[in-house]
Design a protein around this ligand. Structure first.
Ligand code: PEP
Ligand code: MG
Length: 567
């Protein structure tokens, strides 16, 4: 058995034979004696051919993933039939250039043009042009592009990269997972994998060493791959897959249901996102909103600080897609373990205790202001809630709010329309939890970030294996802090949620209900099972037992309390 590691992009376990996607050779051989009218005809035949293929793919995608997801192929068809694109290529052909070369040259000009655009949506069109060009070129060369819809046995697909058009054709019945050599969490392919709920690991540099037909065990949650795993490991994985498939089917009934407990208490079940594209998966599970948009990913995916205009387009797109459901956007949270290549920060002895998140924004006001202006301008397109990360004191909160208000007034005086929005803070530094009753007077909401709150409460690095025994969400120290935050919020008439990993933990649900949280934000893939569990729990009964919960002395006792109420 061999172990490989990649980037986990879509949860789930898969075990099946490797299927290497063979890419046809699309290199162009130069031809002499070009006859422009014949070349033009070849080009038009190729377009007609590609159109038939694309229409077939679009219809198949609609039946597999629905109208909205299949829209990408309508975009491809538009590119394919774009008159400017045709005219430019025909112009090249008229200069005695063979059709393949004319196509390549003009397509590259279009790709360059689109990839340099300010608007994220337009930049993504460059990928569409690339995809469509490959198809036309294959038609011109008489080559066949891989047709994954023909796969009729269970496989794990191995490819250098998968284009969106190939990914959307994957039939879940046979393609149990896929592995690519390149890609990242926010690549198109990764997003589609999550939407289709196909386990996937990308960025596996050694993927080429996996031979066609070798057995592969893939874990889409950890990014681990086992090549030729033992019989025992295969059997175990197959059992997990069967349970997984049955469970997924069962949970679909909760997509349209309200997020309520057995005694009718509504708890907002929201999702965490890192990009506009992640919204598709959020809509697919019928989440009640976005509870945490980690905007640092926009900065991390760029090669320079994103401009106000670029950010405005992205925030607007998320708000519009969410169609008036709440969207909590967290302002930039870098520092600690999150870095930007183009913004080198001074080296610190203890980066997690250093100038990260709001501290960095307050110290670099022009960068903060750019983000706030983009958010304020986008506010009229939906239900926006602006959230400041790592607030530790009232002074920091007031300073951040004063800058926000100043920019609000400046935009208003420029005549720019601003919608309604809430302002809240993350509670992830113990001082903020302790001061919750004071801070609650000046915000609209709290969202508890347990990932950081736990590490700062126990003074135990969230990445350090050696002290991980201290990193304990169920510890009474954390339970008491959550209780204090929720009750302080309610005393002042504001809502309190949680967006750290604890919010999506199955065993934490009864605890968080008893403590009175109003909203839980988690990965989209955890929403449906949480909604199902919620429907089985009685909030009133849980709250009657909260004294017992608060009297626990250890994490084990808290877990026992949770297990007993689940039964
Ligand atoms: C948290 O700290 O719980 C949180 C949600 O923020 P992040 O994980 O991005 O630090
Ligand atoms: Mg945090």
């Amino acid at each position: 058995m061999r172990q490989l590691q990649g980037i986990a992009v879509s949860e789930g376990v898969a075990v099946a034979k490797a299927y290497r996607l063979a890419e046809p050779d699309l290199s162009i051989t130069e031809r002499e004696g070009i006859e422009p009218s014949a070349e033009k005809q070849r080009f038009h035949d190729a377009i007609a051919n590609a159109k038939v293929q694309l229409e077939k793919i679009r219809d198949y995608a609609i039946s597999m993933v629905g109208e909205e997801e299949a829209e990408i192929f309508s975009a491809h068809l538009l590119v394919l039939q774009d008159p400017d694109f045709h005219a430019a290529i025909e112009g090249e052909i008229a200069q005695n250039t063979q059709a393949e070369k004319a196509l390549q040259k003009i397509a590259q000009q279009f790709i360059d043009l689109f990839s340099q655009m300010d608007n994220e949506y337009m930049r993504q069109r460059a990928a569409d042009i690339e995809d469509v060009t490959r198809r036309i070129l294959a038609c011109l060369l008489g080559k066949i592009l891989p047709d994954v819809s023909q796969i009729d046995e269970e496989v794990v697909l191995i490819a250098y990269d998968l284009s969106p058009s190939v990914t959307a054709q994957l039939n879940k019945q046979y393609v149990k997972g896929f592995i690519t050599t390149i890609g990242g969490r926010t690549s198109h392919t990764a997003i589609l994998a999550r939407t289709l709920q196909i386990p996937a690991v990308v960025g596996v540099k050694e993927a080429e060493t996996i031979a066609h037909g070798e057995m592969v065990l893939l874990d889409g949650a950890s990014g681990q791959l086992s090549i030729n795993p033992s019989e025992e490991a295969q059997r175990e994985a197959k059992e997990r897959m069967a349970v997984q498939a049955e469970r997924e089917k069962q949970l679909q009934q909760f997509v349209e249901k309200e997020s309520v407990t057995a005694d009718g208490a509504h708890i907002e079940l929201a999702a965490n996102i890192g990009s506009v594209q992640d919204v598709d998966a959020v809509l697919k599970v019928g989440a009640d909103g976005v509870g945490l948009f980690r905007t640092e990913f926009l900065y991390m995916d760029s090669t320079a600080l994103p401009t106000e205009e670029q950010q405005f387009e992205l925030y607007k797109a998320v708000l519009e897609k969410m169609n008036n459901k709440p969207v909590v956007v967290r302002t930039l949270d870098i520092g600690g373990d999150k870095h930007l290549e183009y913004w080198q920060l001074p080296k610190e002895e203890n980066p997690f205790l250093g100038q990260r998140a709001i501290r960095l924004s307050l110290a670099n006001e022009e960068i903060f202001v750019t983000q706030l202006r983009a958010l304020l301008r986008a506010s009229q397109y939906g239900n926006l809630k602006i959230m400041f990360p790592m607030i530790a004191t009232m002074q920091e909160l007031r300073q951040a709010k004063a800058i926000l208000q100043r920019e609000h007034d400046a935009l208003a005086s420029e005549g720019i329309a601003i919608g309604k929005y809430e302002v809240g803070i993350m509670i992830e530094v113990p001082s903020a939890a302790i001061l919750a009753d004071v801070l609650a007077r000046e915000v609209d909401f709290f969202s508890i970030g347990t990932n950081d709150l736990i590490q700062y409460t126990f003074a135990s690095d969230r990445m350090n294996e050696a002290t991980s025994y201290l990193y304990e969400p169920f510890h009474p120290a954390i339970i008491r802090l959550i209780e204090q935050v929720a009750s302080s919020a309610h005393k002042h008439g504001i809502w309190a949620g949680m967006c750290g990993e604890m919010a999506g933990e199955e065993l934490a649900l009864p605890v968080l209900l008893a403590l009175g949280l109003d909203e839980l934000s988690m990965s989209a893939s955890a929403i449906l099972r949480t909604r199902e569990n919620l429907s089985k729990l009685n909030k009133k009964v849980l709250q009657q037992q909260v004294d017992k919960l608060l009297a626990c002395e250890s994490a084990e006792q808290v877990k026992d309390w949770a297990k007993q109420v689940y039964n």
